[in-house]
Ligand binder design. Sequence first.
Ligand SMILES: Nc1nc2c(ncn2[C@@H]2O[C@H](COP(=O)(O)OP(=O)(O)OP(=O)(O)O)[C@@H](O)[C@H]2O)c(=O)[nH]1
Ligand SMILES: [Zn+2]
Length: 188
Amino acid sequence: MDRKAVENAVLTILNEIGEDPSREGLKRTPHRVAKAYEYLTQGYNKKIEDILNGAIFEEKYDEMVIVKDIDFYSMCEHHMLPFYGKVHIAYIPNGKIVGLSKLPRIVDAYARRLQVQERMTQQIADTIEEYLSPAGVAVVIEAYHMCMMMRGVEKQNSITTTSAMHGVFSEDTRTRSEFLNLIAQKRI
Ligand SMILES: Nc1nc2c(ncn2[C@@H]2O[C@H](COP(=O)(O)OP(=O)(O)OP(=O)(O)O)[C@@H](O)[C@H]2O)c(=O)[nH]1
Ligand SMILES: [Zn+2]
């Protein structure tokens, strides 16, 4: 990212909304916003190979592994406003397991960029499928979209849920139900 170019763009916005970019509180705002955007879109520079490198292990465990309630913040590609919530991931190993922390890292790699919730859901599932070749993988995302809350339809309480079900999660209703029941349960 060309930070200077983003700073100039922010300066233009400040001017065009009728602000005075030279006033005390706004002097460093273009710089701050550019830095924030660098952070919020860092997913573009993340390589899945680097995240997973060395963290896939051979193991005989073949029951469901679930990591639920993974917080995420992303930005919708239509309005560049935040959408945020929780990701729930399950997979059934087929000879290979992954370091648990790598699942939230995969989530962040896809969340920290301009997104739509549906694509992000699929990208997470496809990545796990590609690297682990599991018997099945399931991803559910529940999110609030600021573009539907602070503008537009202005609905404060609607939650958008998306899912991607592969392998046994798509073929076997019992496996899918077990996953959905487990993510609905309150924590320990
Ligand atoms: N499917 C999907 N839609 C999204 C997501 N994030 C935002 N949107 C929607 O993208 C749509 C863009 O629609 P447009 O009609 O082009 O934009 P708009 O005039 O600002 O629409 P309103 O939000 O209805 O005011 C809106 O309906 C948003 O709610 C997402 O992750 N997935
Ligand atoms: Zn939006």
